[in-house]
Design a protein around this ligand. Structure first.
Ligand code: ATP
Ligand code: MG
Length: 267
């Protein structure tokens, strides 16, 4: 058996090859010991680890597993998944919305990091907890899907009331910028707050990605990372905003496992 592991800031993702097919498994980073135990149950496994917590994880595996550079692993995994979809030949911007967000240029058989933003999946978790007390990712996403952003987020069309704005009125002028218009007696629901948190993250990562794409004259942006797991509100926000800004969003199945797949393919 071969096992590739991507131990990130929040989640540990494993991709392993049994016979000819790749299987997947995820642990929380708080379950580092459990993940190591799972790996150690395969006595003759070949293992490669990557990600920010790779050092911590390989200290617990027996024998210590070799490590691979995270961006290279993510790139190799993305290439593998793109190849399966018949998209590998093209150049893309790759945006990995993990705990934080990292933006890369993919093309000509190599990748390089263009930039990133600290606004990412960790921001969804942190702001959601602060604003609503909720800490469960699936519950945050479920409630966000029911929320309306209209009373919280200020759109360009709100500022240009009735007039034709110089840019699309649907663009957000100010995330969380409409609260001052509320009467003090109005209360905001958890659903509304969570929808706006996800909108803030989605629009920030989409905007940064679109700017990166323009730098390379590209329009295709591949979005990966566990932040998109069962997360329709984030997907819709990123998709809508990327299109609004003139680029083409792309999502691939198992995209959250790019790093783990890259580590697996390295074996
Ligand atoms: P990084 O790459 O920045 O080091 P990471 O690799 O751990 O971090 P991902 O696993 O890609 O990042 O994504 C983590 C994000 O995914 C979380 O911040 C959260 O928004 C979301 N998420 C999805 N499922 C869960 C879950 N079960 N528990 C916690 N967060 C989750
Ligand atoms: Mg990661």
């Amino acid at each position: 058996i071969k096992i590739g592991v991507d131990a990130g800031g929040t989640l540990i993702k494993a991709a392993y090859m049994k016979d000819a097919s790749i299987e997947y498994k995820t642990f929380s980073v708080s379950q580092l010991a459990l993940a190591a135990e799972w790996i150690n149950q395969f006595p003759h496994a070949r293992i490669c680890v990557t990600g920010g917590k790779a050092m911590l994880l390989k200290a617990l595996t027996d024998p210590a597993a070799p490590e691979m550079v995270e961006f290279e692993a993510t790139y190799q995994g993305a290439r593998y998944l793109l190849d399966k979809e018949g998209l590998a030949e093209e150049s893309h911007i790759l945006t990995n919305v993990g705990t934080g967000t990292s933006i890369h240029y993919l093309g000509n058989g190599k990748q390089h990091r263009v930039g990133g933003t600290g606004v990412g999946g960790g921001t969804i978790m942190g702001l959601s907890q602060l604003l609503t007390g909720l800490t469960d990712f699936d519950e945050i996403v479920r409630l966000a899907a029911l929320g309306d952003r209209d009373r919280i987020d200020l759109k360009v069309s709100h500022i240009y009331e009735g007039r034709t704005p110089p840019i699309s009125g649907d663009l957000t002028a100010s995330n969380f910028g409409r609260l001052s218009a509320l009467a003090s007696s109005d209360s905001i629901s958890k659903e509304e707050l969570l929808a706006s948190v996800i909108g803030l993250v989605g629009e920030t990562v989409a905007t940064a990605s679109v700017l990166a794409a323009a730098q390379f004259n590209l329009s295709s942006i591949l979005f990966i990372g566990s932040s998109f797991n069962h997360n329709d509100p984030l997907k819709r926000s990123v998709e809508g905003y990327t299109r609004l800004r003139g680029a083409e969003p792309l999502f691939i199945g198992k995209g959250e496992y790019c790093g783990a797949i890259g580590a697996l393919l390295n074996l």
